[in-house]
Design a protein. Sequence first.
Length: 160
Amino acid sequence: MAWTTPQTWSAGTLVDAAALNTYLSANMAELAAIVIQQQFENLGTSAITTTSTTDVLVGANFTKAIDIKNNRALIIGSGIFHTAGAGTVIVSLYVNSVLVVELTRSNSSAATPTNVQPFLYQITGLTPGTNQFDLYWRITTGTATLDKTNFPGMFNVREN
């Protein structure tokens, strides 16, 4: 049964079984049937690098298509992003091929980086149905590395 917009009640209105079944029971059953969609990816242990100064997809595991029932999603991820030189790594979220937000920046150039760059972002205003979530990155100059030797990165998209 589909969702029915609840009735606005006024003082003195008598509520009968039919109204309770339509506006309460059926709507509660409809809400209970919504499956929260989630995609999670542990990105393994191989490092990924880029020298691109324009946004490029981080890798095949950094793209998720999710069927959204409501209009919002939570993006959670982390990784050790660092540079070989003076550049800055910029990690961005695209939804349905549109840049939404720069999630994190790093200019760590340590030989054995250990600074995990976590990100958490809630996006609202999504259109119900399939939405594409992609993680892109770029470097201002030099080479950017997503080091997964010391800490396996992750990219998680969850309807909320």
